[in-house]
Structures are given as C-alpha cells and as structure tokens.
Design a protein around this ligand. Sequence first.
Ligand code: TRP
Length: 463
Amino acid sequence: MIQGNDTPRDSFSTKFGVIAAAAGSAIGLGNIWRFPYVLGENGGGAFLLIYLGFIAAIGIPVMMSEFTIGRNAQLNPVGAFRKIAPGRKWHLIGSLGVVTAFIILAFYTVVAGWTLEYLVQSVKWLILPERSGVAGLEGEASRLFFQEHYTDFTGGIWRPVLWFLIMLFFTGYIVASGVKKGIEKYTKILMPVLLLLLIVLVIRSLSLEGAKEGLVFLFKPDFSQIKDAPVQVILEALGQAFFSLSIGMGTLITYGSYIRKKENLASTAVSVAAADTFIAVIAGLAIFPAVFAFGINPGQGPELVYITLPVIFQNMPGGLIWALMFFLLLCFAAITSTISVLEVIVAYLSEQLKMTRRRAVILATVAVAVLGLICTISSDVFAVFNASPDILLPFGGFFIVVFIGWFFSKDTLKKELSSDGAKRIRYYPVFVFLVKFVAPLAIVFLFAIGVYNKVITVFPGIG
Ligand code: TRP
C-alpha cells in the first residue's frame, strides 16, 4: 500500500503561501461564528483564559507534530502513519481523521451556506429596504427582525439546502484544481482583507453605548461564571482550540506534506496559531460590546453572530453595505477552511486508493452532500455533528502527540524541525516535554473527568 516518493508532489511555493494556506484553513467560521457563541455560552473571560492556555500548551505542539509527520512522510494521514510506522496500528488515527473530516465538512458547509443566504439578503436589504422590512428599524425592533429572519431561514429546507450544495460545489471545484493553483491563490489576498473589515467592526462596536460591559464579559475572567459545569467548560475550550486551529484530524499532516523541506515548521505553527487566535479575539471584540449594547443574550447559541452582526450593520453609517462586504469575506474564509477539510479526504482517496483527483473529489462531495442534507433537515443531527469535533479532535490529537513524543525517531524529529540542521531549535526540550507529557496527560485527564461526570449524572448513586 505504501507509495514512495516516485511522483513529484505538488507543494506550496512560498513561505507566505504556506502560512496563508494553513492560516486560511485555521481561520474560518470557527473563529467568527463558533468561537463567540461557545465563549458566550461558557461564561466569557474565564473561558478565554482557559482557551488561550490550551492554544499555547497543546495546540501549537499538536500543530508542529502534524506538520512534522506530514512533511516527513510526504503523504496523506493514513499513508503517512503507514509509511512511518509500517505494520503498526497507527494508521487508524489517519482513518479516524478521514471519518472526522466527513462529519466536519457536512455541518460546516451547511453553516458556510448561511453566509451566502446572508450575502444575498444583504443585497436585498440594501436595495429594497422598504419591501424587505428593514427600513427604519432600530434597537429592539431591529434585533427582533434579524432574530426572526434567522429562525425562518434555518427552519426552512430549500434555501439552506441550496446554499449548502452551492458551497460544496465550489469547495469541490477548488480542491479538484490542486494545491498551488487552487488553495494557495485564493487564501493569500482574502485573509488580510477580512482582518481589515473586522477591525472596522470592532471600532463601531466599541463606540456603541453600553459597549464596556461586553469588554468586561470578554476579558475579565470571572470563574464564578463557570462553577456550575467547570469540566464541561474546560472540555469545550479544548475542543474549540482544536477546531479553530484545524488540528487533531490530519488536515495539517496533509498540508505539512506540501511544505518544502527548508521551511521552519515551528515558526510556521506559531504564526498560524497567533493569526488564528488574533482573529478569534478580534471577532469577540466586534461582537460582545454590541451584544451587550443591544441587550442580546450572549449565551443564546449558534445564532449569536447571525443576529448580532446584522443588527450592528444596520445601525452603522453606510448600513448594510457593510453586511454585504462582511458576509462575502466570511464566505471566503469559510471556503479556505472547507477546502482544507475536503483535501484530507481527497488526498486519502487519491493516494491510498489510487483514484484520480477528480474522481476522489466527486465521490467525497457526493457523500458529504448526503450527510449535509441530513444536517439541514434535522437540527438534532446538526447539533450532534457540531459537537462531535470537541471529542474527536482532542482524541486524535492525543495519539498524534504520543506518536511524536514516544514513538517517532528523535533524530528525524530534530532533522525536520531544524530543516536538516540549518535552523536552531532551542525550544526543542520544551517541545518534547509538551508532546511527551503535558499535552497527552491533560487530554487523558480531562476526558477521564468528563466521562466520570457523565457517569455520575446518569447513575447518581455512584458519586
Ligand atoms: N479551523 C477551521 C475554522 O476555524 C475549521 C476547520 C478547517 C477544521 N479544517 C479543519 C477544523 C480541520 C478541524 C479540523 O473555521
């Protein structure tokens, strides 16, 4: 099954291209849609603090481990484990990653489709304010309008399905055109523009009356907010950190395999994690001041940004033209992430099962289409799919760090990290300590108390 390096492999062409592609994968709906509402549901500042701790102590080491495995093996996650550890069961982690990719892609592409709905609605709100009912709405009325729009839209079937299929088609199309032409090109320009627009939103949000309460909520850790379910909050922070960084299922093993040998894996990982975290915090800064200023409930769930942001836009000078730009960019940010998830499946199908790239794309998107349709029809399935990365990704991440920490040759590790001795790796002992002990023990410990908590809620007698 193992393929050697006989076929020349597509790769990212510049250092910035690598960072842009990996950051493009990391930055997406996870930062702008998922992060704010998960933080809002889990007590604000205390969640942020725990989240940041996980990014630094677990996220970056897992990311470096994935890059190392991918670049060393020059293969998809399944092929990579088979090649580095032939005859062992490690490739199952790669297979789990492929399965996880299907699940994530299904619900994620559905939410990505929502950006298209909002894009089209923004145009309508902008040019037909009277007919679409947004004209003259203020404060509470404006909030109710967008709340209702969200409920009507997501409660329907045809529009969510249509947008989902369109998003999936674009994703498939880009992945079919390959690494350099497809992935790298689209990411490089769009990410910086998204950041600029977010900054404009932050300024607007902060200038609203009552904005300060949002800042306090976001930045002042109040641990009494999480005392009812601390384990739940900590596990969600861990899951969100993995989800946001795109780690734990082999996406970055796959992207690592496209990184050239001379690139510095540690600095790439740190840059990507920093950019991703920065965007998440900026999104929080754009959203929470407005949430409090408009009296929106920060813990209301997945609809948080889809209601808060249109309300802010409507109350801005220039109004819904901002909405148009924002949803357009969010849509691009989502696509640079969906392509990275699809790429895992396609790399697997084409390298391990020897399909052509085109065939692999078609097969994968058809399967995802089926799963995604189920997600749009059943909100329960959607909720389960949306929550499953919180478990599946840290689970995969555990085995990835254990593999690097305990089983991977330390000589090869040093060679990869130092680009064959060309770069200094002073951080090396810290890295090894994190991947050998800190990250795996933290994950095992958190899972164990998570399971224990579940058991005692189901069988209260035991506790
Ligand atoms: N990280 C992306 C986001 O924040 C989503 C994503 C892309 C992802 N690829 C992934 C999540 C791989 C987990 C694994 O929007």
